[in-house]
Ligand binder design. Structure first.
Ligand SMILES: [Zn+2]
Ligand SMILES: [Zn+2]
Length: 161
């Protein structure tokens, strides 16, 4: 384990006891490949990863909020409570400990993964295709080429976030 990771491990353990009153018994490491998100929690291993870019760009205070956010996932998951972002348990615990609600976007210049296309609008008359990132109501639009009726379909995508 690297020195930096060792410090992060102690930091996460300290925050866990101080704000959650429960020990963190798994691994916390920095991951330099995390760029569009401040951290992540692995349900399989219970480990936590934190982006070192976050620390560099926003400092310790913001990073501690991200640690709290990941610890909310961690403790609720272990307690078999709602540990997803949309769950009430998660929202309440996050508010209580003062974790970051969203991972702050990194400043421009840092590379971010573009959002993938998940939907396709297909013109029923001329076959023209329009790629969409979000679900779109096809009745609200017409084909830009022939004004024909559009049909929405979902794309299969493999990319994980
Ligand atoms: Zn999260
Ligand atoms: Zn058309």
């Amino acid at each position: 384990m690297q020195e930096q990771d060792h410090q992060l491990q102690e930091w996460v353990e300290r925050v866990s006891i101080q704000y959650f009153g429960l020990p963190f018994r798994h691994r916390a490491t920095y991951n330099g490949r995390l760029k569009s998100t401040g951290g992540r929690y692995f349900t399989k291993t219970h480990d936590i990863e934190i982006s070192p870019h976050q620390l560099r760009n926003f400092g310790e205070e913001e990073t501690e909020k991200i640690i709290k956010h990941e610890l909310c996932h961690y403790h609720l998951h272990i307690l078999k409570r709602g540990y997803n972002h949309r769950d009430q348990d998660f929202k309440q615990l996050l508010a209580k400990v003062g974790g970051s609600r969203f991972c702050k976007a990194l400043p421009a210049g840092e590379k971010r993964k573009p959002e993938p296309y998940r939907f396709k609008l297909l013109c029923r008359s001329c076959g023209m295709e329009y790629m969409r990132k979000r679900r779109t109501d096809p009745r609200r639009y017409a084909c830009g080429r022939c004004r024909g009726q559009l049909l929405l379909s979902k794309l299969d995508f493999i990319s994980k976030t």
